[in-house]
Write a protein that binds this ligand. Structure first.
Ligand code: GRF
Length: 190
């Protein structure tokens, strides 16, 4: 099976997923796509021997160039890991139930436009939440609103900073995201 990852930033999740499937015989990450030419994720992919591609707004939303590359690559799963642009409807429709995202909070709490990265963890701390976590969900054309596939929680201790929370959430992501992808790939008739 073939997995394609979209990411906008550092890509520590992307690296974790690439390495997880590099050890398996039945699935691999074939490409990493980024809207950000300088994103560290592209260097990580390159170092790990995965095709790294940068695209601009026009090739994503207007010219269908990204869709054409995806159609040629025939991914069984498209994984968004820290990808910050709304996915175009025509790509979602071309890959029904194959586009998933990870969000670093317990949706429907702390989702939506502007709720990403440190903004999420700061809001969680400011609201004195006692727990937070991760949500893996299908992608639709709205931020963080598709059907939920998986959630896992982690406690927020009194005195935790947003950085502390980010760290425990990242640990949850590393632990669960590859396995959830694997389960989806091999349990659903794709
Ligand atoms: C993750 O926390 C993910 O949930 C969020 O963006 C972060 C990406 O981190 N949407 P990284 O680039 O994988 O290190």
């Amino acid at each position: 099976k073939r997995i394609i990852i979209f990411a906008s930033g550092s890509g520590s999740n992307a690296e974790n997923i690439i390495k997880y499937f590099a050890k398996k015989k039945n699935a691999e990450v074939t490409h990493v796509f980024s809207n950000n030419q300088r994103a560290k994720v592209l260097q990580r992919a390159h170092r790990l021997g995965v095709k790294a591609l940068h695209f601009d707004r026009d090739s994503f939303y207007n010219s269908n160039e990204v869709l054409r590359i995806l159609n040629d690559a025939k991914p069984d799963m498209i994984v968004l890991a820290g990808f910050l642009w709304i996915f175009p409807k025509n790509i979602i429709d071309a890959f029904t139930n194959k586009v998933i995202n990870i969000h670093p909070a317990l949706l429907p709490k702390y989702g939506g436009k502007g709720m990403y990265g440190s903004h999420v963890h700061k809001a969680v701390v400011d609201n004195k939440e006692q727990e937070t976590g991760i949500t893996i969900h299908y992608v639709n054309e709205f931020y963080d609103e598709g059907a939920i596939i998986f959630q896992a929680t982690t406690p927020v201790q009194e005195g935790d900073t947003p950085e502390d929370v980010a760290m425990s959430v990242h640990q949850l992501e590393y632990k669960h995201f590859p396995e959830v992808i694997e389960n989806l790939l091999f349990s659903v008739e794709a």
